[in-house]
Write a protein that binds this ligand. Structure first.
Ligand SMILES: *[C@@H]1O[C@H](CO)[C@@H](O)[C@H](O)[C@H]1NC(C)=O
Ligand SMILES: *[C@@H]1O[C@H](CO)[C@@H](O)[C@H](O)[C@H]1NC(C)=O
Ligand SMILES: *[C@@H]1O[C@H](CO)[C@@H](O)[C@H](O)[C@H]1NC(C)=O
Ligand SMILES: *[C@@H]1O[C@H](CO)[C@@H](O)[C@H](O)[C@H]1NC(C)=O
Length: 471
């Protein structure tokens, strides 16, 4: 049997049309679609790029459709079991579920209040062999006599920004049930009783990932009252990611300081001015106007919770229209595709920015094949800032903003009666389509997949270390 070597993969990669390389990292442009086409982005009649922005519920016959509020994930109904293979290892990563916006994405004036009194968030330290403690939960409130409180502008919220909403916890539980329907009921791969020696749940330091874990783990293991979720030290965390990488930041800064990037912002002057007038956002505030991230987050989290689009504080019939919101969503997709796929250096950026996680993944997979990895299941709960560079590094064919719950699953399969291994990568429950020579990541020979990852991060991640520690 001929196994492709790293060099033959790389040779075929650099021969491929339109590829650009930096060292061993080769960029393959994304497929041409309306998502990256400014004419379509600015065509008012375009609607959204398809899918849903106002509900977590997608009809069964539309499974797989983009739903910003609750992205598709693997579940038994549609899951395809490869024939002639045994599952060896699963590593899964997904974005947290729907939430309130981040504080930085809330408008200066308020036309509605958000209530989170229907959820208790717990946080406390419990000494292993010491004093006993009371379970502590956080009650959020605004004191009207506090001169600095948002309440002054009418903002009377009992939510933290961000916080997983009641409905977001329901989605988290459904996500857990669906995963169990595949890896528990269907494949009988996971043990009936949670086994901490072969399974790990992992979160970031952002508490919303732990909020999701609580509902999700319980849905998978209804009798499990307590479980530790793993969390790396913030300054080196590969999952968020939390490690510093000035090289990556400067590369991204460079390609977001080009005519190509500014073109869509120039074309957006009118869109911004309509949004600013209603929201009261300062038109000179760079955070709100250097990209559509803030407006996107605020508008989408309203719609996902069936709240109305914002209206002017001084005139409740002057509101952001559905058309304007759709324009913001098209622009959001455009920006994500540009930042993580279209820009020539986006692969280099993603490889450096998310290379630590990719290196860990590589070591889990190779460890399993070598027989030295005892875990069979790793479950990581993360952010859009984690999923995007991961998909960027894998060179997904086009990238839309990875919505709430966006899930990437790496499955390692062994061919029956052999030592041949294959990798399947599912995004939104379906094999991930890439622009790399591997094409669709559906039972890719293990060696090819590892060779590709190694082209991004080097052996044992030495490239990532080199890039991120260079000055
Ligand atoms: C958007 O910003 C406003 C203003 O601060 C905030 O009140 C609102 O709650 C935000 N969005 C959502 C979904 O609440
Ligand atoms: C603000 O919220 C609190 C707690 O929900 C409520 O008791 C109070 O009446 C609200 N005040 C206003 C002015 O809406
Ligand atoms: C309020 O907004 C509506 C819709 O834009 C507009 O027709 C109306 O004249 C505005 N009212 C005032 C008092 O500005
Ligand atoms: C990509 O980044 C590298 C490293 O900074 C730089 O040398 C190269 O010119 C960049 N490529 C493009 C197309 O900007």
């Amino acid at each position: 049997m001929m196994l492709p070597t790293l060099s033959s993969i790389l040779a075929s990669m650099s021969l491929a049309a339109a590829a650009t390389s930096f060292g061993t990292i080769v960029h393959f442009p994304p497929s041409k679609t309306k998502i990256g086409d400014l004419k379509a982005v600015f065509n008012r009649a375009s609607g959204t790029n398809g899918g849903y922005y106002t509900t977590s519920v997608v009809p069964d016959d539309d499974y797989g459709a983009y739903d910003y509020c609750n992205m598709p994930h693997a579940r038994a109904r549609e899951y395809v079991v490869p024939e002639g293979y045994d599952l060896q290892y699963v590593e899964l990563i997904h974005r947290h579920h729907k939430r309130t916006p981040y504080a930085s994405n809330t408008f200066p004036y308020e036309d509605i209040s958000l209530y989170c009194d229907d959820v208790k968030t717990f946080y406390y330290g419990n000494p292993k062999n010491g004093v006993s403690v009371t379970n502590i939960w956080w009650k959020n409130y605004q004191d009207p006599s506090n001169p600095m409180t948002y309440y002054k502008s009418g903002f009377n919220s009992t939510c933290q920004f961000p916080q997983i909403s009641y409905a977001g916890l329901e989605d988290s539980a459904q996500h857990g049930r669906d995963l169990w329907s595949v890896y528990g009921d269907k494949l009988k791969f996971l043990p009936k009783t949670f086994d901490p020696t072969t399974m790990r749940f992992r979160v970031t330091s952002n508490e919303i990932t732990s909020q999701v874990a609580g509902a999700l783990v319980r849905a998978m293991y209804p009798n499990l009252d307590e479980v530790n979720v793993w969390q790396q030290l913030g300054s080196a965390d590969s999952l968020q990611p939390g490690y510093s990488c000035p090289f990556a930041d400067s590369i991204r800064g460079d390609y977001q300081d080009t005519d190509e990037w500014y073109e869509h912002l120039d074309m957006s002057k009118d869109v911004f001015s309509q949004l600013d007038q209603i929201s009261g956002v300062d038109p000179t505030d760079d955070g709100w106007h250097s990209w559509f991230d803030h407006y996107f987050d605020n508008l989408s989290s309203r719609l996902c919770h069936q709240l109305p689009l914002p209206c002017k504080i001084s005139n409740s019939s002057d509101c952001i229209s559905e058309r304007l919101a759709e324009q913001v969503f098209r622009l959001g997709d455009y920006e994500y595709n540009y930042i993580f796929r279209q820009a020539t250096n986006s692969t280099l950026y993603s490889a450096a920015r998310y290379g630590a996680f990719i290196t860990e993944l590589m070591s889990h997979l190779t460890g399993k094949v070598a027989g030295i990895e005892s875990n069979i299941y790793r479950h990581n709960i993360a952010h859009d800032g984690s999923i995007s560079p991961l998909l960027g590094a894998l060179q997904i064919n086009t990238l839309r903003w990875p919505g709430m719950g966006s899930e990437v699953i790496f499955e390692l399969w062994r061919k029956e009666f052999s030592h041949e291994y294959a990798v399947r990568v599912l995004y939104g429950g379906m094999p991930l389509v890439t622009n790399t020579p591997m094409g669709t990541l559906d039972m890719v020979p293990f060696e090819d997949f590892i060779a590709y990852l190694e082209s991004l991060v080097g052996k044992n991640g030495e490239l990532v270390y080199q890039y991120c520690t260079s000055s």
